[in-house]
Design a protein around this ligand. Structure first.
Ligand code: NAP
Length: 224
């Protein structure tokens, strides 16, 4: 049996990730401020109520150690340093990032999309080799890049898998993107209205697919 700690366990990603790990035989500690339990989790999932901003509380949740620390709510270099500070007791990390880290070949990104000619034109397919915005704390995207770079710089001290999720959807989503389509359907409105005539490419990520990536990455630590 190997041990996993999941930060942000009761969010849409966390609920699925805890379930996937627990059903795979991991001994899971599920951490959130509310300390709730998902009805679908196996009974031996341990629930911890803690704020990850509290270093001592996070450290206590990790305890003597865990094989993998999954962080669904990490933002910025500060959280990366917090995770790296636990390196001696944590085998590896799996951390949720975002596809909004990317900028196009002209330096346009989600951060510039409201500027004149600022809408990014990403190549298709958009691969991990695509350049990213500069790290910093000026925006969500820049903070995620700072998080990624700080974690990857830790190298073997704390192997870290960054999962660059797209628009996330699934049960317990706080901003359910699919509601627009579901509601129209429930209302009996037969027309689906698609932005840009359906030609826009914005690839959402389902929580169960993300949870499966978490499970696979947890079993095969690496910096990537
Ligand atoms: N939503 C998207 O479309 C999207 C797209 C790309 C990337 N992402 C990334 O996905 C992640 C968000 O995941 P999600 O959608 O699963 O989030 P979510 O549904 O909002 O859930 C957040 C979870 O974290 C817990 N939490 C929040 N602050 C905490 C803290 N200080 N200490 C401990 N637990 C805390 C919440 O529970 P409590 O409130 O009880 O603490 C909850 O369990 C972020 O890293 C975000 O950048 C999201």
């Amino acid at each position: 049996m190997t041990r996993a700690v999941v930060i942000g366990a009761t969010g849409q990603i966390g609920r699925a990730a805890v379930g996937a790990l627990a059903r795979d035989g991991w001994e899971v500690t599920a951490l959130s401020r509310g300390g709730d339990r998902d009805a679908g989790w196996p009974g031996d999932v341990r629930v911890v109520r803690a704020d990850r901003e509290d270093d001592a509380a996070l450290s206590a949740a990790v305890g003597e150690g865990c094989d993998v620390l999954v962080d669904t709510v990490a933002f910025g270099a500060g959280h990366a340093r917090q995770l790296v500070s636990l390196a001696g007791r944590v085998g590896s990390a799996v951390v949720i990032s975002t596809l909004s880290v990317y900028e196009d070949d002209w330096g346009r990104s989600f951060d510039t999309q409201t500027e004149p000619d600022g809408f990014p034109h990403y190549p298709v397919p958009l691969t991990e080799a695509q350049r990213t915005v500069r790290p910093g704390d000026a925006s969500y995207s820049a903070g995620k890049v700072a998080l990624e770079q700080e974690l990857l710089a830790a190298g073997d001290r704390l192997p870290a898998t960054l999962l660059r999720a797209g628009a996330v959807h699934g049960p317990y989503g706080r901003t359910p993107r699919e509601l627009y389509f579901v509601k129209r359907n429930l209302d009996g409105r037969r027309r689906r209205v698609l932005a840009y005539g359906g030609a826009s490419r914005f690839h959402p990520a389902g929580v169960h697919n993300i949870a499966e990536l978490v499970r696979l990455a947890a079993a095969r630590p690496g910096s990537r």
